[in-house]
Write a protein that binds this ligand. Structure first.
Ligand code: GLU
Length: 306
C-alpha cells in the first residue's frame, strides 16, 4: 500500500509534499517521487529508495511551484526503479500523474495506445493513465474550460481496477484534478490551500477540515476561488459522475426540503464535507456543512460557491 500527497496553495509545494510523504512512510514503499508545476513547465523528481533520498536529490530545493503531487510506491507492476517510480508523464510531457492502486486492464490499454503511436518507458500499469489522458485531450475538438476535466474523466472511464489519482498539467498551471475508485484519497481544506493525502493523519497538522472523496467524484482544485463552469459537464455525465469544487463561499443561501437534494455520504462528525455537485442529479452546486444537515428531514441550508 503506497501513499499519495498533494498540495495546491500559496506556499512552496515541495517541502510540504516531502513532509507528507514522510508521514505516510509507515504504509510501506519502495520508491518516492514528486512533480510540481514550475514556471517553465512540469518538473519531476523521483527515485527508488527512501523519501530521505528524494529530499536530497539535486535541485529539489530549487523547486518554486505552489502546486504539486507526490507518491510513495509499492510496486505491483514492474520492479522498484527510477523509471517505474511515480509520477509518470505522457509522451508529450504535458500531464503528470501519481497513482495508487492497480489498473487491471493495462495490457489492453497499452496495446491500444501503442497502436496509436505512444511509447512506454516503464513497466508499470500506471503509465497508460497520463497517455490516455493525452489521447483524449488531443482528440477533443472543444476548447473550453472543461477540456482537461473531460480528458481525465474519459481516461478514468476506460480504467478497470483501483485508483487514487492526482493529475497536473503544464497547460493548466492553476489546477489539479483528483479522483479515486476503491483506493483512499482525502482532501483537507484550509482557507486558500488544499492538502491531499491517502489518509488524514498525514495532513492533520495543516487542517481539521476534510472531504473524503466518494468513488468517481472528480475534483477540480484551483488556486483561485473561481469554480469551473461545471454545468456544461451534464452533457457528458454518466450515471456516477459528479464533480466537487472548492472556493470561497458567497452570501447566497437557499433552503431546500431535506429530501429534494442528492444524498450525502455519512461521515465521522469531525469530517466536514464542503461542496458537491451531482451533475447528473441536480443543477445546483451545494455546500454540505455537517452541522446544517437536518436529521428530521425538515430543511437543509446550502451555500452556493461560485
Ligand atoms: N500499480 C502501480 C505501480 O506498480 C502503483 C502501485 C502503488 O499503489 O504504489 O506502479
Amino acid at each position: 500500500m503506497c501513499g499519495i500527497v498533494g498540495y495546491i496553495g500559496t506556499k512552496k509545494a515541495s517541502p510540504i509534499l516531502i513532509n507528507g510523504l514522510l508521514r505516510l512512510e509507515y504504509r510501506g514503499y519502495d520508491s518516492a517521487g514528486i512533480s510540481t508545476i514550475e514556471k517553465d513547465g512540469l518538473s519531476i523528481m523521483k527515485d527508488k529508495g527512501r523519501v530521505k533520498n528524494l529530499s536530497n536529490l539535486d535541485g529539489i530545493d530549487k523547486l518554486e511551484g505552489t502546486i504539486g503531487i507526490a507518491h510513495t510506491r509499492w510496486a505491483t507492476h514492474g520492479k522498484p526503479s527510477k523509471e517505474n517510480s511515480h509520477p509518470h508523464m505522457d509522451n508529450s510531457k504535458t500531464f503528470s500523474v501519481v497513482h495508487n492502486g492497480i489498473i487491471e486492464n493495462y495490457n489492453e490499454l497499452r496495446k491500444f495506445l501503442t497502436e496509436k503511436g505512444y511509447t512506454f518507458y516503464s513497466q508499470t500499469d500506471t503509465e497508460v493513465i497520463p497517455n490516455l489522458i493525452h489521447y483524449y485531450f488531443t482528440k477533443d475538438t472543444e476548447n473550453d474550460d472543461l477540456k482537461f476535466l473531460r480528458a481525465v474523466r474519459n481516461a478514468c472511464l476506460d480504467l478497470k481496477g483501483s485508483f487514487a489519482l492526482e493529475v497536473i498539467s503544464s497547460l493548466y498551471p492553476d489546477n489539479m484534478i483528483v479522483v479515486r475508485q476503491d483506493s483512499p484519497l482525502v482532501i483537507g481544506t484550509c482557507q486558500d490551500e488544499k492538502y491531499l493525502s491517502s489518509d488524514i493523519p498525514a495532513i492533520l497538522s495543516y487542517t481539521k477540515d476534510f472531504y473524503l472523496l466518494n468513488d468517481l467524484e472528480f475534483v477540480v482544485l484551483s488556486t483561485s476561488a473561481e469554480m469551473l463552469p461545471i454545468f456544461a459537464l451534464e452533457t457528458y455525465a454518466k450515471e456516477k459522475l459528479s464533480i466537487i469544487s472548492f472556493g470561497n463561499p458567497i452570501s447566497h443561501t437557499w433552503t431546500f426540503p431535506a429530501n429534494s437534494a442528492a444524498s450525502w455520504s455519512k461521515s465521522p462528525v469531525f469530517i466536514r464535507p464542503y461542496v458537491t455537485v451531482w451533475s447528473a442529479l441536480t443543477a445546483v452546486p451545494i455546500i454540505r456543512p455537517v452541522e446544517a444537515l437536518s436529521p428530521d428531514g425538515i430543511s437543509i441550508e446550502y451555500t452556493v460557491f461560485f
